[in-house]
Design a protein around this ligand. Structure first.
Ligand SMILES: NC(=O)c1ccc[n+]([C@@H]2O[C@H](COP(=O)([O-])OP(=O)(O)OC[C@H]3O[C@@H](n4cnc5c(N)ncnc54)[C@H](O)[C@@H]3O)[C@@H](O)[C@H]2O)c1
Length: 401
């Protein structure tokens, strides 16, 4: 008889697919589940639907060796991992509906002794709530299921390496669940596995991303203050960094992506007034994009007054950070869209994407030639060391330094 699946991974996106492939690469049979039939078909052909270095080779290998298979419906297994999205709603409150429906989908397949792990970034208390959901339907499993929370902290572009090598925080609903999860992850993770309770692990993930957000906000705030007093913020940060205990991050045109721009809101929405700095950081980082927009407009208006013609503006970069194609929550995209609503001609450049909303994006060399004002929003490698002469250059990401 063919060996059954040991692991079910719910959600085959940026996190779930590399995780499933890595586990299968360690000779553990995995069934990956996604609601999207196209995703399932693509993976079963040994192909991938997301851009991530080396993922295509690994998926093709584990699918051809029958160590991984994709499907739209779960099946029985020993371990169930939940890696579905956790966005926020209009009011910035976390939307747990994806996690709930993934847990509901696996509940009929759970058996005594199984391990259920939530990997999706979640507000504090989510793992306990998901356990309640399971036991409402399957009260006979109480005391016989192991349930844990184990967040992801990988960097897009280095996901496969980091999945295997980063340390992980593993929080059980009880000690035996934490231990069971540690035993499982130790089969394919080389980083250290730190055992704790589920609530601390949930909080840990939110704190990591809030920490990054607060530190970026400090740099962004400095950049706006320095602009008032005509001080080069990049030089300032370099000099302040000569102090042995000061390490300031680089400012940008805001903060994007679907982690740092979102997860701090989970703390703000739950802890309100107590999360003052975290909320202020979100506000500063969002405000930075509006400030950049206004700054560009001020420069364009000055050009128009002096040259008696409207400038052509090139916006360099749309992604939320350098050298990737991900536009989620991108401040550069937001700024470009606001500029498009003005009556200036805008040349949108993003070397990592051919088209946006069906329209061709402008190659960066063409944009450099045609624009009067060149606005660097993202420090993509293509924009480094360019010789731009007789143009106005606005650099909001330090790429020209
Ligand atoms: N992408 C990252 O860099 C990153 C890093 C750390 C943590 N996270 C967290 O990991 C989680 C997953 O993020 P992602 O980037 O992989 O999301 P994603 O949008 O790339 O992928 C999620 C996948 O889940 C599928 N899905 C949705 N509901 C489902 C269900 N009920 N059953 C089965 N499949 C379902 C979707 O079709 C999609 O393919 C989120 O909580 C995110 O915050 C992401």
């Amino acid at each position: 008889m063919e060996k059954k699946f040991e692991v079910v991974v719910m959600g085959l996106g940026y996190i779930g697919l590399p995780t499933a492939a890595l586990i299968a690469g360690n000779k553990i049979k995995v069934k990956g589940i996604d609601l999207n039939e196209e995703v399932v078909k693509t993976i079963n052909k040994g192909k991938v639907h997301i851009v991530e270095p080396d993922l295509d080779g690994l998926v093709s290998k584990v699918v051809s060796e029958k160590l991984m298979q994709a499907d739209t419906k779960p099946c029985e297994a020993d371990v169930f991992l939940i890696a579905v999205p956790t966005p926020f709603k209009e009011d910035h409150k976390p939307d747990l509906s994806y996690v709930e429906s993934a847990v509901e989908a696996v509940t009929p397949y759970l058996r005594k002794g199984n391990l259920l792990v939530i990997e999706s970034t979640s507000p504090v208390g989510t793992t306990g709530k998901m356990a309640d959901l399971v036991f409402q339907e399957r009260p006979e499993l109480k005391g016989d299921l192991f349930i844990a929370y184990c967040p992801e902290r990988v960097l897009p572009g280095k996901i496969l390496y980091e999945l295997e090598n980063n340390d992980r925080v593993i929080g059980g609903l009880d000690e035996s669940s934490a231990q069971k999860a540690v035993n499982f992850y130790s089969r394919f993770v080389k980083g250290n596995l730190h055992k704790t309770n589920a609530r601390t692990a949930e909080m840990c993930k939110l704190v990591e991303n809030s920490y990054r957000d607060v530190n970026i906000a400090f740099a962004n705030e400095l950049s706006m203050i320095c602009n008032e007093v005509d001080i080069d913020v990049d030089e300032l940060i370099m000099l302040a960094g000569k102090h042995p205990r000061v390490n300031i991050l680089n400012p940008g045109c805001g903060v994007g992506g679907h982690c740092i721009a979102i997860d701090p809101w989970f703390l703000v929405s739950e802890f309100g007034e107590k999360a003052k700095i975290i909320k202020a950081a979100r506000d500063v980082n969002n405000h930075k994009a509006d400030w950049v927009f206004k700054n560009i407009i001020t420069t364009a208006e000055k050009f128009e007054r002096e040259m008696k013609s409207k400038p052509v503006i090139a916006t360099m970069g749309l992604a939320y950070k350098p050298d990737i194609d991900d536009l989620r929550e991108s401040p550069a995209l937001y700024i470009m869209k606001r500029l498009k609503k003005t009556d200036y001609k805008i040349l949108a450049v993003e070397p990592n994407i051919p088209k946006y909303e069906g329209k061709d994006l402008v190659p960066y060399i063409e944009a450099e030639e045609k624009a009067d004002i060149i606005v660097y929003l993202v420090a993509h490698r293509e924009f480094k060391k360019r010789k731009i002469e007789n143009k106005i250059v606005l650099d909001y990401c330090g790429v020209t330094k």
